[in-house]
Design a protein around this ligand. Sequence first.
Ligand SMILES: Nc1ncnc2c1ncn2[C@@H]1O[C@H](COP(=O)(O)OP(=O)(O)OP(=O)(O)O)[C@@H](O)[C@H]1O
Length: 347
Amino acid sequence: MIELRDVYKTYLRKGISNDAIKGVQLKVEKGDIFGVIGYSGAGKSTLIRLVNYLERPTKGQVFVDGHDLGAYSDKELRAAKKNIGMIFQHFNLLESKKVFDNVAIPLVLLKKNKNEIHQRVMELLEFVGLSDKAGSYPSELSGGQKQRVGIARALASNPSVLLCDEATSALDPQTTRSILQLLKKINAEYHITIMIITHEMSVIQEICNKVAVMEGGRIIEQGSVLEVFGHPQHPTTQNFVSTVIQTSMTSSMRKTLTTDEGSRMYKLEFFGERASEPVLYELIRSSDVKVNILFANMTEIQDTTLGTMIIQLKGNSEEMDKALDFLKRREIDLEEVDKHVLNNSDQ
Ligand SMILES: Nc1ncnc2c1ncn2[C@@H]1O[C@H](COP(=O)(O)OP(=O)(O)OP(=O)(O)O)[C@@H](O)[C@H]1O
């Protein structure tokens, strides 16, 4: 659906070259809501501008719906771009035109007749919940309403892909949520593939099924949201994940932690239905260890529960082995942690 093959983008300004994108490989499948996250300067905007050929790659290929955009003539490229809608952080509406006319722009450019334009624009305004604002000017709308107009305009030419460039960054949390729900509805009802760039992990958590993390023009980690949130590998990814999921004890609790001889600490992770099973109860019944819960947290990602728990086990080595054997048999994701690590970690 969208594929970047070994893409590079180098900007040249006043004789100084800047490698904004360095060998990116990326595949967004049909129907995905694919999030790209990174700190400022990571290359996210450049990446999304390469997908609709607002920027041409210095090297590598960009495919949309199986077509190499670089192989098109200018005329073919203009036609192909009809398939790619885009919305922006600051909405990019024409202030001098009414809402109706803003949404109609792509249809006018496609030389549709008046009746067709009227029908399509009103249908889109109804879909985004703004039927009563057709005659208003953008200055009369709230930020959330402006973004809804931007979305209606992006959908006017029936694109197969919708690109969202920090589309909720200028909105308050409640409005952000309602715009994200609208994007989810577009994905579900119109089967439009969505690519979102953001610096907010909560956006990824709320609607994406896949995520790529960018740093220094490269993708440092990518996968399903569940995989990446559950087992972030790169320290930058771990930082992003920690902004939405608490996976460790508070610092005040760490300070009070005592580690006796014969006690060990483990971090357990539970996915899905497993998160509601009475594992600790069964653990206590299956061995003679004392179980102390140091930390527990549950988060909802992609309609799946992700549970994290840090427990302290106390007992003789035979009982400890029995307990660990039980946890392994239950296929609980288990990792030993020591007090030193907990005390030095901000995670
Ligand atoms: N038109 C340009 N000319 C020269 N350099 C550019 C241009 N656009 C981006 N860059 C550079 O490319 C790098 C990546 O920028 P980009 O805007 O893609 O990052 P970003 O992750 O989107 O950051 P932000 O979240 O701040 O928008 C930066 O070093 C930036 O200065």
